[in-house]
Design a protein around this ligand. Structure first.
Ligand SMILES: Nc1ncnc2c1ncn2[C@@H]1O[C@H](COP(=O)(O)OP(=O)(O)OP(=O)(O)O)[C@@H](O)[C@H]1O
Ligand SMILES: [Mg+2]
Length: 257
């Protein structure tokens, strides 16, 4: 399939008089890292919220792999193949790292929680598959030593990685991350850069919302710029850096970062 993995068509999300996302049309291409940047309040998180079924669109459409996502619930969007992380990690603090990642695995298309709960045929196979995959992911992301720790007791940086692991456990085709590097130390951000590139290297399309310009410029193949709910620009990192409109709306104020 060569078409864009995600098509945003005339999308709007208004909150009363606030036009958080206002008639945005853009594409997220398959198999690359696309960054979504813009000033505070530009509508980046709102766009992710609409695309992931967390909040409904006021108008317009989100199409994923040719299938309309607008109008679907977040669990249906996840089953279709979109995973996401949140600006503030949304984990279960009283569950362990392993349990949090298992939750992600149960959101996978072919795994049925009902089948597992009712011990119907296929339940054991589902559970075994989930178990093996979870162990592999915990190992790969360096979470194995803390697998039995409660997530609420972990440092912030590790919580961010657990949220990534949970998203990967659902075997997404598109992974949307909302400011995964915010609140992290410089060394942790370096680790995140490698992780993002590794995820993309597996063929997972990434949509990265991020204010850390070094991280954006060193990972993104394409950049979308939002400002006041509108798409201000889209292009390669070089094109975006050279854009006067982007400089005055956003990059100027972040030049020192
Ligand atoms: N649930 C809501 N109810 C009312 N207004 C909202 C809601 N969510 C977002 N907004 C408003 O929509 C606008 C866009 O917010 P959004 O959080 O999408 O911006 P953002 O680009 O993610 O900003 P930041 O970089 O600070 O995270 C803001 O004016 C915000 O106050
Ligand atoms: Mg945001």
């Amino acid at each position: 399939m060569t078409e864009a993995i995600l098509q945003i068509k005339g999308l709007g999300r208004h909150y009363g008089g606030v036009r958080a996302v206002d008639d945005v049309t853009c594409l997220v291409q398959r198999g690359i890292v696309t960054a979504l940047i813009g000033p505070n309040g530009a509508g980046k998180s709102t766009l992710l919220n609409v695309a992931s079924g967390v909040t409904p669109a006021s108008f317009g459409k989100v199409v994923f792999n040719g299938e309309v996502m607008t109008g679907k619930r977040s669990d249906q969007v996840c089953k279709a193949g979109i995973a996401r992380t949140f600006q503030t990690p949304q984990l279960f603090p009283n569950l362990t790292v392993r349990e949090n990642v298992l939750v992600g695995a149960t959101r996978r298309g072919h795994v049925s929680l009902t089948r597992i709960a009712l011990a119907l045929p296929g339940a054991r196979r589902d559970l075994r598959e989930i178990d093996v995959d979870t162990d592999a992911l915990l190992g790969e992301l360096g979470l194995a030593p803390i697998a039995e720790k409660l997530v609420g007791k972990l440092p912030f940086g590790q919580q961010r990685i657990v949220e990534i692991a949970r998203g990967l456990a659902s075997r997404p085709e598109l992974f949307m991350m909302d400011e995964p590097a915010s609140g992290l130390s410089r060394a942790e951000v370096e680790g995140f850069r490698d992780l993002i590139l590794k995820i993309a290297g597996r063929g997972i399309s990434v949509l990265l919302v991020e204010h850390n310009m070094q991280l954006v410029m060193s990972t993104a193949d394409q950049i979308l710029v939002l400002d006041k709910g509108k798409l201000l620009a889209s292009g390669t990192p070089g094109e975006i850096r050279a854009s006067e409109a982007v400089k005055s709306a956003y990059l100027g104020s972040y030049a020192e970062h």
